[in-house]
Design a protein around this ligand. Structure first.
Ligand SMILES: [Zn+2]
Length: 163
């Protein structure tokens, strides 16, 4: 998919829909769709004018938003700029609060540490099939796992007083 490059936009210029489309190599309808989805225009008069600054910001934010999402068990590597399954499919859980924390693994490609924010609510969805080491005091984070996946852990957890 072609991506419009915000760097081509001159922030002190105004652009018509046509000009913006030509500048960025996209169809006019694409620019109109951006306007519908929140790209600011100068006013309601014709022709529609877009402030370069708004256009650049809009494209920039959109790019960030279109970053590939992580699948269950993946973490985003800033070095590779891509979601990665950690080496060995293992991760450590580092608690930040009673209900959330970070998963830490190692990127199999560049060997940087990779992280993923997780909470009790999305723990199962975020960790997927990874083998996650959880500090014993934090075992309750696993409560969110499906019973079929962690029946052993659940039984183990029952013996702890984790109030
Ligand atoms: Zn990497």
């Amino acid at each position: 998919m072609r991506r419009a490059n915000p760097r081509r936009v001159k922030i002190h210029r105004n652009y018509t829909v046509d000009e913006a489309a030509r500048l960025l190599g996209v169809h006019k309808n694409t620019v109109r769709a951006w306007i519908k989805s929140g790209l600011q225009t100068i006013d309601d008069r014709r022709p529609t004018l877009i402030l370069g600054r708004h256009l650049a910001t809009f494209l920039h934010n959109r790019r960030k938003g279109s970053r590939q999402p992580c699948r269950p068990g993946q973490m985003y590597c800033v070095g590779c700029r891509a979601p990665k399954y950690p080496a060995g499919q293992i991760a450590d859980y580092i608690p930040v609060s009673p209900t959330s924390g970070n998963l830490r693994g190692i990127c199999p490609r560049c060997e940087r540490p990779i992280y993923r924010r997780v909470s009790r609510k999305n723990f199962a969805a975020a960790t997927g099939n990874l083998e996650v080491s959880v500090p014993q005091a934090e075992e309750h984070i696993r409560d969110s796992l499906a019973p079929s996946l962690n029946s052993d852990l659940a039984m183990e957890a029952d013996t702890h007083d984790d109030a």
